[in-house]
Each structure stands twice: as structure tokens, then as C-alpha cells.
Design a protein around this ligand. Structure first.
Ligand code: GAL
Length: 380
């Protein structure tokens, strides 16, 4: 109500507040603290619908905000950077009062952020930190370095080099492993990879683990846009180039369930999982239902569960705080430097899920039902 402003110029570098009138609003630089929720709109920009977690994130943020009476403009960008820029531009011109953004490319939204700042629209970076801009007001995510540590640890546990309690396992090397990382334009990728590599490093250094392909740098192991097919192709190439001498892959570090499924498909197509040729230990992240079934069936080793319901809740809390002209509550004000400033953050805990944990962590908490796990498909 009562707020109108226009963002001029294709790049949206300049926002002009034209007709801020009675009701006021963050979008027009006014005070929203006395506005009714139904007068306030939150723009929610999500990267893609190809991964079910972002669908769940989008739905959770939307429904929690709507339950409080706010209007929500939820958009998915199909993993296309210009589409996301356009959608965010549009949210700004249409008078959003707060923006919640999970960026495809952490550095590609700078002009949108400048426009948002000019219009005094607070920006909450959702799970993926927006980099290189001072106009990011808050960050909600998980402890991303710990996600990487959990993935590295799960690989070691799966290989029998460690026990779940952290003590030394009974397996002896050398064992062959291959490494995968996420999309290099996603700020999280470096945290996941560094956490995992710090954990695996002593075992690589003493020769217990061998990366037979010798591909170990982030550039060599990255997976653009986290795509399953890209990961499948790379695993196929690794098998034909580094394992054509009869040797076997024993473990694969994977940063995300979609990538894990691509890796597993490549391995199965090459005869792994049949007879004596055991599938390697493959890690994951996000507790996607298709992967939970694979874990339950003993095909994928593990995943890292990040409860998107809690993340959505933190995004909603932060949005509400901004609308009431308060600072959201941060629990980390040191870790997430986006290149220009340290962005105050709320970081949530994570949990490793092996087969034995599916019931307690995912089913009992209502994240997935037993039927969904058995089917490998979400019901909704
Ligand atoms: C990351 C996120 C992961 C995973 C990945 C691929 O930014 O932290 O949980 O979802 O994107 O979508």
C-alpha cells in the first residue's frame, strides 16, 4: 500500500523513489515498523527448481511468511544468471520491502543490490553468500565448513579408516579415492571443499588415500551449477582415464546428493555394484529423497542433512526484524567475509545421515515419511 518507486536504467543501478506516500515502507525508504503485514511484500529469489531442496526452501519461506500475513513474491531463476537478475530487478520495481536471495552466482547481482540499497530494501542472503557487495545485510545458512568436515569424515568412516566415534578404524590403505566439488561461483563450494580436504589431508599425505586421477585442485574437481549430468560425465571420464588398468575406485567425495547420483550412475554403468565389484563409498549433502532411498538401500553411503525448515524460519525471523526496523539476531559475526565486509550471519547446525540415522533424523522429525523413503520420491 502507498509505496511506489521506480528503478530506472536497465542495470538497475539507480533507484528513484518517486511517490512514497502515507503508509511508508522499507521499499520506499519509509518506516515499515507500523505497517500491517498484509501491506508488506517479501521478494524471495531462488536459484533453480531442478533440485528439490530449493523447492522445499522456497515453499517453506513462502508459507511461513504468509502464515504471518505477509505477501510473498517467490521466483525461481532456472539456474540462469540473467533471469535471476531480471527477477530481482522486478521485485525491486514492484516495491518489495525485503529481499531474500539464494544466488546462482554469488557475484552477479551487484547492480541489483545497489538498487535495493538505494531504495532502502534490506537484503538477506539465503544459504549462499552474495559476494563483493556492501549491500548484503544479513546471511542465513549452516556451518558450511563443518559440512565439508562431515563429508570428509563420512568418507573415512565408510572406508573403515575411522569409526563413527572418531577412533581409528581397522581398514588399511592404500585406497583409491576421487574428489568432486560444487560450482565455483557458489561461495559455499570453497567451505565444503576446504572442510573435506582438511579432514582427508593426513590420509592423503601418509599414502593411505590415493587420488589416482591426480585431480585435486578446486578447478579440476568443480561441477558447474552442481549438475548431476556434469558429474556423471566427469566420473565416466575418470573411470576410462585413470582406472582402465583393472584398478578400482574405493571412495568418492561428493558435495551434494545430485552430484552423488550422477557419480553412482557412472559407476553402475561401468559395472560397479555387481558381483564382487563393490560400489565405492559415496558421500552427499541435502538429504534429497532420491538419495535417502539410495542410502537406505545401501547404494549411497551418507548425506549431510541441513534442515531447510529451520533455515526458512531464520530467514523469516530476519525479514521480520528488518521490517520492524530491528537488527536480526546473529550468532556469527566473523566467518563470512564477502570480500567487502563481514556479513552478520545466523548459522544452523548440520547432521550426518548414514543408513542407521534415517529414522531418527529424517522420519521422526517429519522431514520425510517412511513411505517417501521407501519410494524415493516426495509425496507433495
Ligand atoms: C549449495 C548448498 C547445498 C546444495 C548446493 C546445490 O549452495 O549449500 O546445500 O544445495 O548448493 O544446490
Amino acid at each position: 500500500m502507498g509505496r511506489k518507486f521506480l528503478v530506472a536504467l536497465g542495470g538497475a543501478a539507480l533507484a528513484l523513489s518517486l511517490a512514497a506516500c502515507s503508509g511508508g515502507g522499507a521499499g520506499s525508504g519509509g518506516d515499515t515498523s507500523s505497517d500491517k503485514p498484509s501491506d508488506l511484500t517479501i521478494g524471495v529469489s531462488m536459484p533453480t527448481q531442478t533440485s528439490e531442496r530449493w523447492i522445499a526452501d522456497g515453499n517453506a519461506v513462502k508459507s511461513k511468511l504468509e502464515a504471518k500475513g505477509y505477501k510473498v513474491d517467490l521466483q525461481y531463476a532456472g539456474d540462469d544468471i540473467p533471469t535471476q537478475s531480471q527477477q530481482v530487478d522486478q521485485m525491486i520495481t514492484q516495491g518489495a520491502d525485503v529481499l531474500v536471495i539464494a544466488a546462482i552466482d554469488g557475484t552477479a547481482l551487484n547492480s541489483q543490490l545497489q538498487a535495493a540499497a538505494a531504495a532502502k530494501i534490506p537484503v538477506i542472503s539465503y544459504d549462499r553468500l552474495i559476494r563483493g557487495s556492501k549491500d548484503v545485510d544479513f546471511y542465513v545458512s549452516f556451518d558450511n565448513y563443518k559440512v565439508g568436515v562431515a563429508q570428509g569424515t563420512a568418507l573415512l568412516v565408510g572406508l573403515g579408516l575411522l569409526n563413527k566415534d572418531g577412533s581409528k578404524g581397522t581398514a588399511k590403505g592404500p585406497l583409491n579415492v576421487e574428489l568432486f566439488a560444487g560450482s565455483l561461483d557458489d561461495n559455499n563450494t570453497q567451505y565444503f571443499f576446504n572442510g573435506a580436504m582438511d579432514t582427508l589431508k593426513p590420509f592423503v599425505e601418509d599414502g593411505t588415500l590415493i587420488v589416482k586421477s591426480k585431480q585435486t585442485t578446486p578447478e579440476q574437481v568443480a561441477t558447474l551449477r552442481w549438475q548431476q549430468e556434469t558429474a556423471q560425465k566427469r566420473m565416466e571420464n575418470l573411470l576410462t582415464s585413470a582406472y582402465n588398468d583393472g584398478s578400482k575406485v574405493d571412495g568418492v567425495l561428493s558435495p551434494y546428493d545430485g552430484i552423488s547420483r550422477g557419480i553412482i550412475t557412472a559407476l553402475q554403468n561401468a559395472g560397479y555394484g555387481k558381483g564382487a565389484k563393490k560400489l565405492p563409498v559415496v558421500t552427499g549433502q541435502d538429504a534429497e529423497i532420491a538419495s535417502i532411498k539410495l542410502i537406505n538401500d545401501g547404494v549411497q553411503n551418507s548425506t549431510v542433512f541441513k534442515d531447510t525448515r529451520l533455515l526458512a524460519e531464520q530467514a523469516v525471523n530476519a525479514a521480520e526484524a528488518f521490517l520492524q526496523k530491528k537488527q536480526p539476531q546473529a550468532n556469527d559475526t566473523e566467518t563470512y567475509n564477502n570480500g567487502v565486509k563481514v556479513v552478520p550471519s545466523y548459522l544452523l547446525p548440520i547432521a550426518t545421515v548414514y543408513k542407521d540415522d534415517i529414522k531418527a533424523t529424517l522420519i521422526d522429525s517429519g522431514y520425510w515419511t517412511a513411505e517417501e523413503v521407501a519410494a524415493g520420491q516426495a509425496k507433495k
